[in-house]
Design a protein around this ligand. Structure first.
Ligand code: SF4
Length: 225
């Protein structure tokens, strides 16, 4: 174990830590703007809720009910975070200290206490979140085996494009005049989060949408020259 209990610390694939979920729900409290849901999470969670009886038809229904946009950059680039409720800013999916969407929760929750730290080259490193020391007891777990189970190839491929393409998309948004920003952000929202058929595999739709978004933004930026 490492010295002290700072919030996160870098670890390697072969690092080992003792960890057991205590079922205390603490990591799901005070999470306002703290639990990201990316396109892949939104697609999976929408499908899961629909298949388990919720009256939910599409990813836009999910976003309206459970998520809120958070601006990442003044160019307009935004991400979605799960909504919170109550004075303690509890995650909207926490009920009686239990996650009600545990079987298909977002990647950030599934990997906890480990964190994937992607870089723009499509690689990634790992971090360990240590804000709740009482979790670090019980079985020894190794980063590599934790990730093997919870961070499959489809997630790696998605993150590589999503994170790798974020800078290019932000650069293109920055090139647009104010008058075109709203239209560009509508395309951004539609192609990153909305335009998915839940009956078809996610990744090929995501790649198609990503390429379309880059092409549209390039065209809008060209028209502005
Ligand atoms: S989705 Fe589940 S595990 Fe994640 S913060 Fe919400 S209640 Fe906790």
């Amino acid at each position: 174990m490492m010295e002290g209990w700072g919030k996160t610390v870098g670890i390697t694939p072969s690092s080992r830590v003792r960890f057991r979920c205590q079922g205390c729900g603490k990591c799901c409290l005070r999470v306002k703007e703290g639990v990201p849901v990316d396109s892949q999470d939104v697609f999976r969670m929408t499908k899961y809720l629909r298949d388990h009886g919720e009256d939910i038809l599409c990813t836009d229904d999910f976003l309206a009910r459970y998520a809120e946009p958070v601006l990442l950059d003044e160019c307009g680039y935004f991400v979605y975070m799960l909504k919170t409720v109550g004075e303690e800013n509890a995650c909207i999916f926490l009920k009686d200290n239990r996650c009600t969407i545990h079987d298909e929760n977002p990647r950030a929750c599934r990997l906890y206490p480990f964190v994937v730290n992607p870089d723009p080259r499509g690689l990634h490193s790992y971090l360990l979140s240590r804000e709740y020391p009482h979790h670090f007891t019980g079985t020894v777990v190794q980063t590599k085996s934790w990730m093997k189970k919870r961070f499959p190839k489809e997630d790696r491929l998605f993150l590589k494009t999503d994170f790798g393409g974020a800078k290019d998309i932000a650069d293109l948004l920055r090139k647009l005049p104010e008058g075109k920003q709203t239209q560009a952000l509508l395309h951004f929202h539609r192609l990153k989060y909305s335009d998915f058929n839940l009956e078809h595999p996610f990744l090929e739709q995501y790649y198609r949408n990503h390429d379309k978004l880059v092409a549209i933004l390039n065209r809008m930026a060209e028209e502005n020259k």
